[in-house]
Ligand binder design. Structure first.
Ligand code: RFL
Ligand code: PHB
Length: 401
């Protein structure tokens, strides 16, 4: 098989890129190792930055987000049993974020592709990207029990952290930057309306907790449900936490003086997520472009992973279109550096927010006081709050800045 752009991976990065290329009449083939049901059900991100929401709308994939998603203009920080609202919109000239699940974004992009676009092969596992530094790169893959080859002009490596595309960049040209965190998140979905109408990020001596939510979805018009997270030690087995223990622990960590009790309900999903910060440089090698989690990972505290993936593929699509229309390779040549500038801003934001809000097993009392002092600054000083709000609502996409 031959195509213009071979897209490896049908997560948000690969699916949105496919959509953007379809809209411009650029041929692509998407290879996805898992089946459709798995991709559509994988519980992950919930917060879309303003720029991501705008990009989905521009791609014709924003209708359900606008109908069912929840626009949030602020978040709450809780520490020392006190509540502090950060008014994101007032601090950023009206920017906001949307609560809308990654599962729903993927479902809509898959439906669009299957209805109006080129091939999207599920159960097609890429084995290797070859000859990325020539004019005729190719992807070897396995599909339906057979080994196949996809020849192409460009490869988009959108296959996430565990994918194979990254390995096609020669080690001698690669530099990776990494930090692992001494904790993980236990995340649950619960069939109960959220206890607070905005997200609550809580720092507590027992560890971090996050109260988030998912819109009802499916056009049911029902109430949102709760999506909740607890800081736990790395390697924790989700099954080792009983439902009542989870609710008790959440309640302790978000408790405020005179606050309401947490509404409890049936827990419908439970999983542990490790935390990692990781960047692979460069993000391009010849005609191979890495995008999304294939190139970088942030800890989930800043809600940046999916948003970075969207920025990467918007940048890549623009570069490919400009090259086709004008022959000018400037966008292609600048792809890695353009994306990495934004990636490092998000790495910094996610790092800082993670560090501020979690309980570090080996932190000294002095370290803890410094973290508290920074939180006091963010909640007490407009300049610090503005910096936080700009980071949370999103660093502009490359060349939009
Ligand atoms: P994905 O979503 O991992 O998709 C990669 C796809 O590639 C497929 N694949 C292959 N296909 C073919 N051949 C191979 N050899 C392949 N190897 C892998 C995989 O099956 C998969 O379908 O990467 P992508 O597209 O870059 O998207 C990244 C996002 O999924 C990720 O950054 C976010 O989910 C991170 N994240 C959050 N991001 C946000 O922006 N806002 C949030 O609120 C947010 N919350 C979260 C999160 C991630 C979490 N977890 C579970 C890691 C909350 C959590 C708990
Ligand atoms: C989520 O709802 O899944 C979520 C929200 C905020 C974050 C991370 C995850 O910072």
């Amino acid at each position: 098989m031959r195509t213009t752009v071979a897209i490896v991976g049908a997560g948000p990065a690969g699916l949105l890129l496919a959509r953007l290329l379809d809209a411009e009449g650029i041929e692509s083939v998407v290879l996805e190792s898992r089946d459709r049901a798995h991709v559509e059900r994988r519980q992950r991100a919930g917060i879309l930055e303003q720029g991501t929401a705008d990009a989905l709308r521009a791609a014709g994939a924003g209708a359900r987000m606008d109908r069912e998603g929840l626009r949030h203009t602020g978040i709450e920080l809780r520490f020392d049993r006190r509540r502090h609202r950060v008014d994101l919109s007032a601090l950023t000239g009206g920017r906001s974020v949307y609560v809308h699940a990654q599962t729903e974004v993927c479902k809509d992009l898959i439906a669009l592709r299957l209805r109006t676009g080129g091939p999207l092969l599920f159960g097609a596992r890429a084995l290797a990207v070859e000859d990325a530094d020539t004019d005729r790169p190719r992807v070897r893959y396995r599909h339906g029990g057979r080994d196949e080859v996809l020849e192409c002009s460009y490869v988009a490596g959108c296959d996430g952290y565990w994918g194979v595309s990254r390995a096609a960049v020669p080690p001698a040209l690669t530099r990776t930057y990494e930090r692992s965190w001494p904790y993980a998140w236990l995340g649950i979905l619960a069939d109960v309306p959220p206890s607070h109408h905005e997200l609550v990020y809580a720092r507590h001596d027992r560890g971090f907790a996050l109260l988030s939510m998912r819109p009802a979805g499916g056009g049911t018009g029902g109430a949102p449900v709760s999506r909740l997270y607890l800081q736990v030690p790395p390697g924790t087995d989700a099954a080792s936490w009983g439902d009542a223990d989870i609710w008790d622990e959440l309640e302790r960590r978000v408790e405020t003086d005179g606050g309401r009790r947490l509404a409890r309900g049936a827990i419908t999903a439970k999983a542990v997520t490790p935390m990692r910060s990781y960047v692979h440089e460069p993000m391009r090698h010849g005609r191979l472009f890495l995008a999304g989690d294939a190139a970088h990972i942030v800890p989930p505290t800043g809600a940046k992973g999916l948003n970075l993936a969207v920025g990467d593929v918007v940048t890549l699509a623009r570069a490919l279109v400009a090259h086709r229309d004008t022959g000018d390779p400037a966008g292609i040549d600048a792809y890695s550096a353009d994306c990495l500038r934004r990636v490092w801003q998000a790495e910094h934001f996610s790092y800082t927010m993670t560090d501020l809000l979690h309980r570090h097993p080996d932190a000294s009392p002095f370290d803890d006081r410094l973290r508290r002092a920074r939180l006091d600054r963010i909640t007490g000083c407009r300049a610090a709050a503005t910096d936080f709000a700009e980071g949370y609502t999103g660093i502009p996409f490359p060349r939009d800045a």
